[in-house]
Design a protein around this ligand. Structure first.
Ligand SMILES: [Zn+2]
Ligand SMILES: [Zn+2]
Length: 61
């Protein structure tokens, strides 16, 4: 039996919504530690919601 791993979809750092390809989401490395990729969905970007790095706890606008 072969185990098929599902493609890991990125989720928004703030609201946890799945990021769908083609939407206006952005992603970038954490400005503080650079080890975590932070995703922000279109809506959170629009509303300027904050994000928090899961590794170093850095918070940004
Ligand atoms: Zn979001
Ligand atoms: Zn970080």
């Amino acid at each position: 039996m072969s185990e098929v791993k599902a493609v890991k979809m990125p989720t928004c750092n703030w609201c946890g919504r799945m990021i769908l390809p083609g939407e206006g989401a952005v992603h970038f490395s954490c400005p503080e530690c650079g080890e975590v990729t932070i995703w922000r969905c279109e809506k959170c970007r629009l509303f300027g919601r904050p994000y928090k790095c899961a590794k170093c706890g850095f918070k940004g606008p």
